[in-house]
Design a binder for this molecule. Structure first.
Ligand SMILES: Cc1ncc(COP(=O)(O)O)c(C=O)c1O
Length: 396
């Protein structure tokens, strides 16, 4: 039987990147001594106030179809939360509730892009962007950033990548896998290009609440940007709610109406009890995210302080999020070889960051989504492994 040519745009290298993670999960299930640092799923339980709201809603019978684009109370909460934070005018009709940020990213791409369009991403780029953009028929164009420059924005390269076919910048700020956060100057450079060339900006801000070391600014708040920005967010990372599948798209009202039509034929709305829980999550956001941020920051320092001791490894201390990149090029191995050899020798699973793009070739991504003790142990194993391969290379 025949498939649509679209299927050719939704597979690819990113899928194979998870092999090591799947192998690590299987080893863990068999009871082996494995520390899984290959996925960004917080190890915390969802805070009780959120879970209690969902349970109460379920018990009260909130088990029916819900509004397809999201309930008014949640859309209003998201609009108010973003509007207050960034001093921009928004109401509920600027918001669509999505089944996680990923659903928002996919929906945005479907509404904005078509075959023949080009969409610019910063490389390294989050794994799903290629398929999310590819499924719309558009071509993803990568602007490669440099590890040696801390993966900072190269605004000249960004400007050069623009062609008459360019429709949008599709960016994660903060970034996964680098953890870097765009500065206000960098955001202005992107915004100026977007306004000059009349481009959309899809701004994936799922890690916005987990910024440690610098100010975070949403590009939607810069002059001329609100009408051309789709801000995508979720509660997955900041509120330990990955499995709930709850997020949003914030954008111009006509775009949100189109997005609602996609929701109608794609997911038919997010469950009501989850939306009620999300209202509680946003109401209690300040205390929840400040606690998460403190923990991730401490874990980042724990891991980076240990890995820094390895002579052949260079750890890039991230400014945000739950991942660090380690540059392993001085070991003489590829990142794929390093990841599998580390896993087999020491039972620590990390992700070959080449999956995010060639800019992060020779790097592995380490998630700090395990306890401090497990993270310390993993750090020690990584350092020991690097020393062992270093000495066997010296002997050989
Ligand atoms: C940059 C980025 N965007 C989007 C997502 C997807 O988030 P969600 O669970 O809200 O769909 C992730 C998850 O890892 C991510 O890292």
């Amino acid at each position: 039987m025949r498939f649509s040519s679209r299927v050719d745009h939704i597979g690819g290298g990113a899928v194979a990147a998870w092999d090591i993670h799947n192998a690590a999960q299987a080893a863990k299930r068999r009871g082996e001594d494995v520390i899984v640092l290959s996925v960004g799923d917080p190890d915390f339980s969802t805070p009780a106030a959120i879970t209690d709201t969902a349970i109460a809603a379920l018990t009260a019978g909130d088990t029916h179809y819900s509004e397809v684009s999201g309930r008014l109370n949640l859309r209003t909460s998201v609009a108010d939360w973003h509007a207050k934070r960034w001093n921009v005018p928004l109401d509920a009709d600027n918001v669509m509730i999505a089944a996680g940020a990923q659903n928002g990213l996919f929906t945005a791409a479907q509404c904005l892009f078509q075959p023949g369009d080009e969409v610019i991403v910063l490389d390294p780029a989050y794994l799903t962007y290629e398929a999310s953009i590819g499924a719309s028929g558009a071509k993803m164009v990568r602007v490669r950033l440099k590890s040696e420059e801390g993966f900072a924005l190269d605004s000249e390269a960004l400007a050069k990548a623009i062609t008459p076919k360019t429709r949008a910048f599709f960016i994660a700020n903060p970034n996964n896998p680098t953890g870097s956060v765009l500065s206000v100057n960098e955001l202005h450079a992107i915004a100026n290009l977007a306004v000059k060339h009349d481009l959309w900006v899809v701004s994936d801000e799922v890690y916005a609440d987990l910024v440690f070391d610098q100010a975070f600014v949403s590009i939607s708040s810069l002059p001329g940007m609100l009408e051309r920005t789709v801000t995508v967010g979720s509660l997955s990372k900041s509120h330990a709610m990955t499995g709930w599948r709850i997020g949003w798209m914030i954008g111009p009202k006509d775009l949100i109406a189109h997005a609602g039509n996609i929701a109608l034929c794609a997911i038919y709305g997010v469950p009501g009890f989850i939306q009620e829980a999300a209202v509680t999550a946003l109401a209690e956001s300040e205390s929840i995210v400040s606690e998460m941020r403190t923990i991730y920051r401490r874990r980042r320092d724990t891991l980076c302080d240990i890995v820094e001791q390895a002579a052949t490894l260079r750890v890039l201390r991230p400014a945000s999020g739950m991942f660090a990149l380690i540059d392993i090029r001085r070991t003489g191995m590829t990142a794929n070889e390093f990841s599998w050899a580390l896993f087999r020798a020491k039972g620590v699973s990390v992700l070959d960051a080449t999956a995010f793009g060639l800019a992060s070739e020779g790097h592995v991504r380490v998630a700090f989504t395990v306890s401090d003790e497990a993270l310390e142990e993993a750090g020690r194993r990584i350092v020991a492994f690097a020393a062992e391969i270093n000495s066997s290379a010296a002997v050989a």
